[in-house]
Design a protein. Structure first.
Length: 283
C-alpha cells in the first residue's frame, strides 16, 4: 500500500484553502447557515433541559431535548454531505470555480450521507455496549477494569474513525461502490500518517476555536461537567446556553476553513492511494 506523504499533503491542504477560500465559502455558506441556526436553537434547548433536570432531579424531562439532538445530528450529516462533495470536486479539479449559492443532494451527496450514517451506527455499537457494561451492578467492584475497557474502546473508535472518515468524501465523489469498505482498504498502513496530517491542519483550527471560546466565555462555561453538585452543574449549563450565540458564531467562521482543509486532504490522500494521478504529490 502506498504511503501518504505528510508534509506535501499538509502544504497542499493549506495552499488549497488559501487559494480557493472565496470559492469554498460560496459552496458551503448555505448549509453552514442552516446548521448554525438550527444548532443554536436545538443545543440551547438541550442545555436548558439538562440544567432543569439537574435542578429538579427529574431526568425524564431530558427526553424531548435528547430526541431533538438526535434528529439534529442526522440533519448535520446531511448538511456535511452537501458541504464536502462540491469542495472535494473543487479540490479534484472536477469543478472549476465556486458559486454564489450552492445546495445540492445528488448521488455523490447521498453516497456520502449513507456512508457517514453507517459509520456513526458502526461506531455507536461499542460505545453503547461499554455503557451497558459500566452500568451493571454486578461489575461495580471492577471499576478499574471497566476504565481500562472504556479507554481501549475509545482508542479503537478513534483508530477506526480516522481510517474511515478521511477518505469517505473523495470516495463518494469518485466512485459508485460501497464507500466504507473501500475507505478501510485504501487507508491501510497510513493511520499514523493520516493522524499527523490532521494534527498539522485541523488541530490548529480546533485549538484556536477552543482558545477563542475560553477568552470570550470563560473556561468554566465550557466545562460544566467539572462541578460536583447538580446545582452547580445546572448553573454552568445555563451559562453554556447563554453563551451559545458566541460559540455558534465561532463555529460559523471556521467552518469553511475546516471544510476546505478536510476536503483537500481527502482528495490528496485518495489520489495517492488510488493512483489516479489527479494530484501530483511528491515526498
Amino acid at each position: 500500500m502506498k504511503k501518504v506523504p505528510i508534509l506535501a499533503t499538509v502544504r497542499a491542504a493549506w495552499s488549497f484553502v488559501y487559494t480557493h477560500l472565496g470559492a469554498i465559502i460560496g459552496l458551503v455558506w448555505v448549509p453552514v447557515v442552516v446548521m448554525t441556526v438550527t444548532g443554536f436553537f436545538v443545543e440551547s434547548r438541550y442545555y436548558a433541559a439538562v440544567a432543569d433536570s439537574l435542578a429538579s432531579g427529574n431526568v425524564v424531562t431530558q427526553g424531548p431535548a435528547l430526541l431533538g439532538i438526535f434528529v439534529y445530528f442526522i440533519a448535520v450529516l446531511l448538511l456535511y454531505s452537501a458541504m464536502y462533495v462540491p469542495v472535494v470536486q473543487l479540490a479534484q479539479g472536477q469543478r472549476k470555480d465556486g458559486a454564489l449559492l450552492h445546495f445540492a443532494f445528488g448521488p455523490p451527496e447521498w453516497r456520502l450521507f449513507r456512508a457517514l450514517l453507517g459509520l456513526f451506527a458502526f461506531l455507536l455499537v461499542p460505545v453503547m455496549l461499554s455503557g451497558v457494561l459500566a452500568s451493571l451492578p454486578q461489575l461495580a467492584k471492577m471499576q478499574e477494569l471497566l476504565s481500562v475497557l472504556l479507554v481501549l474502546v475509545f482508542m479503537g473508535i478513534a483508530y477506526a474513525g480516522l481510517r474511515f472518515v478521511v477518505l469517505l468524501p473523495a470516495i463518494a465523489v469518485s466512485e459508485e461502490g460501497p464507500a466504507l469498505p473501500r475507505a478501510w482498504k485504501l487507508s491501510a498502513g497510513n493511520f499514523w500518517r493520516l493522524l499527523a496530517i490532521l494534527l498539522l491542519t485541523v488541530a490548529p483550527l480546533l485549538l484556536c476555536d477552543g482558545i477563542a471560546g475560553v477568552v470570550l466565555m470563560g473556561a468554566q462555561a465550557m466545562a460544566p461537567g467539572l462541578d460536583q453538585t447538580p446545582a452547580m452543574q445546572a448553573a454552568r449549563l445555563q451559562a453554556v446556553a447563554g453563551n451559545m450565540p458566541i460559540a455558534k458564531g465561532i463555529e460559523f467562521f471556521i467552518a469553511p476553513l475546516l471544510t476546505g482543509l478536510v476536503a483537500s486532504i481527502s482528495a490528496s490522500v485518495y489520489a495517492v492511494v488510488k493512483d489516479t494521478g489527479r494530484v501530483n504529490i511528491s515526498v
